[in-house]
Design a protein around this ligand. Structure first.
Ligand code: 4HQ
Length: 254
């Protein structure tokens, strides 16, 4: 899969080659990461890429001409790729969208700077707008790298352990269960006995149940989306029962 980033700061993307899954995926040719320097498509003496906003106001806007030429160049290189603009106005980039993009042969990511890009670029040359969350970045580059990282690790061959992408939080629809490694006792805190029991059925059940409780406590919104397994319902009903028993006991004395 090819990722092409259009940016005024192509060097930023070298961060993806420093280590980790993105570096390995480039080396094994499961992905390629190309950058296009938007400034290479500005042909005035100062290679200007920004201009003052019509109607006044603070800040600068990315001029349409260099950006349009850069996007046309990218489309020429990768005619089948989808072209996305990173912007807080975009569709929220979540695990579902990452899985969708993992099915594409190419993704082109247009990274704005300043106050944003001329609206005519968004209207005419962008397939869809993506946001990585409700906060304001100083440029689209970090957002584009988030997208590349999250999509890359879903591609076949990207993981040492193929299973771990499927068991990830959000792929199960739940937050992850707690993880432990050696030593068995660390600063007085023990690894839960069940994980040392060798009983794989019991361990699987414990993990699922801790995932459920964690999700309920930290991100109850997630439990409303995903369908639950039958065993989940049984466990939640048992907890519900236990809570009711506690409440009844305490309302009897007060
Ligand atoms: N941007 N998710 C680039 C973002 C953003 C986000 C603000 C995009 C600044 C120039 N991008 N402009 N959040 O905050 O994708």
């Amino acid at each position: 899969m090819n990722f092409t980033a259009l940016t005024l700061f192509p060097e930023m993307f070298s961060a993806l080659l420093v280590g980790g899954i993105t570096k390995r995926s480039v080396e094994s040719q499961h992905i390629s990461i190309e950058t296009i320097d938007i400034r290479d498509f500005a042909h005035d003496r100062h290679r200007t890429t920004d201009d003052r906003p019509y109607g006044g106001g603070c800040g600068m806007v990315m001029k349409p001409e260099p950006l349009a030429a850069a996007i046309r160049h990218a489309k020429g290189m990768h005619p089948e790729a989808y072209t996305f603009l990173l912007t807080p106005q975009g569709r929220l980039f979540d695990q579902g969208l990452a899985e969708e993009l993992a099915g594409c042969s190419g993704v082109t990511l247009v990274c704005g700077r300043y106050e944003g890009v001329d609206e005519r670029i968004c209207q005419e040359m962008i397939d869809d707008e993506l946001s990585i969350g409700d906060y304001v970045l100083s440029g689209g580059e970090l957002a584009a790298m988030v997208v590349i990282d999250a999509v890359c690790r879903l591609l076949p061959g990207a993981l040492g352990n193929e299973q771990s992408a499927e068991e990830d939080s959000f792929s199960t629809g739940l937050l992850e269960y707690p993880q432990y490694t050696r030593p068995r006792s660390f600063e007085g805190v023990q690894v839960p006995d069940i994980l040392l029991s060798g009983n794989h059925g019991a361990i699987k059940q414990w993990r699922r149940q801790t995932s459920l409780v964690r999700t309920f406590l930290k991100r109850p919104d997630l439990l409303l989306d995903q369908p639950l397994a039958p065993g989940d319902m049984e466990y939640l009903e048992k907890l519900h029962q236990d809570i009711e028993t506690i409440i009844e006991k305490h309302s009897a004395v007060s």
